[in-house]
Every structure is written in structure tokens, then in C-alpha cells.
Design a protein around this ligand. Sequence first.
Ligand SMILES: Cc1ncc(COP(=O)(O)O)c(C=O)c1O
Length: 404
Amino acid sequence: MFQINENYLKLPGSYLFSTIGKKVREYSAANPDKELIRLGIGDVTLPLAPAVISALHDAVDEMGNAATFKGYAPDLGYEFLRQAIADNDYKARGANIETDEIFISDGAKSDSGNIGDIFGPDNKVAVCDPVYPVYIDANAMSGRTGDYIESLGKWSKVIYMPCTEATNFAPELPKETPDMIYLCFPNNPTGSTITKDELQKWVDYALKVGAVIIYDAAYEAYISEEDVPHTIYECKGATACAIELRSFSKNAGFTGTRLGFTVVPKELKCNGVSLNSLWARRHGTKFNGAPYIVQKAGAAVYTEEGKKQTKEQVAYYMNNARVIYDGLKSAGYTVSGGVNAPYIWLKTPGMMTSWEFFDYLLDKANVVGTPGSGFGPSGEGYFRLTAFGSYENTVKAMERIKKL
Ligand SMILES: Cc1ncc(COP(=O)(O)O)c(C=O)c1O
């Protein structure tokens, strides 16, 4: 009789957004006349930029011509895209990342879920609390998290680093020593960031204790403040202790187009074994490349036109973020985030739990957000709104919330 991976049986309940979807469907079915505004899921709404569309069309034409047709992509991704990334995302920021340290993928969710493949099952994992749930669930599937303790909403072997009002929604160095540290800045869900000096402390700590940092910079394009690092490789020593995950989803609207990349520096080693070689092996074995047409579209993001157009999209969302931030503040809410990230993190009023506030907002304002407790125990009493809606809907949502 075959056996299953029993770690899957330890996973609690359904995925946060499935629960939200179910509640919203039930509410809509019971109230068909109500017009809902969705500021819950972090999915973009603007169409792809013209430079990207044009590159897609050209690439489709190439695929329709025997002379320019492309089959399987090179294992790491096309050189034209990796070179554009190395130049624009790294060299331009003073970070020396070579093209053979960049692995093109279909997005940061896959990479953040899969990166655990190259690490031992007994590594101790540290995560921020609240956290993007993929880091924990993927480690739970690999048996690295121990057992789920329902009453605490925590896994027995995971080191949780609370990110609360008291810590300015940033993690503090953990008391127990981790082997793998997941950091995400600008942060989903809190919208918080840390300065380059603060990130340097994490790099120094990781080097000191022999930990690896898995740094998720999916929201890098939303950084507006000077002293916030765009890549962990701006910090000294980071190439010896950090892997960076990046995505085209939020900077260029590729959530449905699918493209991302992971940087594994050659200097990053464990007892002399190169993690770059391990990830290359894993990537080559289990992944057959992002589509050529999508990689061409990704390269278009780095052209002058592409940069300008995608910057405008980010500015559009960040204007929404300001509308939400200011609107909530003027309505008396305690608010953070929204300055270097498309997420606004608010304290639920009147001691409501996150889910109570979800129901209240759905029912009274017909606005859908995300309960903070869905991201971890320290998210209880908080709520996330996203800036990814249309400007008109964002303004309307704020008008409704102000009237409550
Ligand atoms: C922190 C974080 N990392 C990764 C992802 C996934 O990005 P992608 O669309 O590239 O899979 C998201 C998506 O919301 C995210 O919030």
C-alpha cells in the first residue's frame, strides 16, 4: 500500500483566501443588490503596459515563424532577460550579481515554496508574524515545522518573530538561533519596511550564526523612501548568506502572465557546497522554464518605455494607497504601511477581532479586506487593505468606511 506525505495532513483549515472567497460568495448570494468593492486579495487590476504588450505580440510572431521559433528555454532562463536584470536590478544599485546567479521562474510563489528543496529537513525556520502564508505552509509540507498547535495558531518547531506596533511592524533578532530566516520587505501584509542599516544587522547576524536569509523583495518597486534597500545585496556580506526572490507580478502587472526570478549567489555555501549549484540542479530537474514570449515581455519591462510605463502603474496604485491611508486616518483609525508598499495595515476598532471586522466591513460598507489573523497570531486585531483596486472604487470604499 502506498503512503502519502502525511505532513499535508497537519496543515490547518483552508487557505485564507478560499475562506474569504466563500464568505463573499455567500454574502453576494444573500444580497444580490449590493455592490461589493474588493480590496482584499493582492492582485493587480491595470492592464499590461503597452511596451509589454508590444513585446508579447512580437514574440508570438517569432513563435509562428520556423526561422525564429523557440523550443525549450535555457535552464536558467534567456540571457537577454538575465542580463537586463543583472544590469538594472543589481549593478545599478551597486550590487554585483552575475547572470549565472539569476534563475528565471514563473513567479515568487513557486520559488518561495520550492526553495526549501535544497535545505535539510531539520533546519530551524524563523518567520515574521504576521507572514505571507506560503513560507510556513511550504515548510510544513516538507516536515520542517513540527506540529500545528491549534490553540496558539502556531507550529511547534517554527521560530515566530512578532512584528507588532511595539516593534514598528519589523522583526527583532530571535532569541533562539534559526537556520533559515524568511524576510519580506516591503512587507506583505503589514506594508512595513526596514532601513539598509537595519537590514545590515540581519545580514551580520546570519553570517555570525550560520543562517541563510530568504529575502522576498516582491514589492521592491513600491519603495519610495531613500534609506530603504531595494535588494538585500546592497548590504555588505549578503552574497554569502542570502537568497533573493523577485517577481514581475506587482511591478509590471504579471500576476496572470507569470514571471519571477531567484538570485542564488555563487559565494553562498554550506560546508563548501555551493547553493547555486544545488538550485541549478533543482531548477533543471523540476522546471522547464518560463515561456519565451513571457521572458521577452519581462525584458520589455527594462526598456526605457517599459520602465516609464510600469513606474506609472506603480504610481497609480501608490496614489490609491495614499487615499486609503489618509481616508482611514481621517476616520480615526490607527494605520501603518502604504508608503513603500501597496498594503495598508489598520488596527481594528473597538477591540473587534480581525474576522469580526471583516464581517462588519462586508456587511456595513460592502468592502472586502483581509483579516490580519489569517497571516499569523500577531495579525489578530489588524486588517489589510490593498491599493490594487481602481482609483474610483478606492475613493468610493473610503467614503463608505468614513460614514460607518
Ligand atoms: C510576499 C509575496 N511573495 C510572493 C508573492 C507571489 O508572487 P508571484 O505572483 O510572483 O508568484 C506574493 C504575492 O502576493 C507576495 O505577496
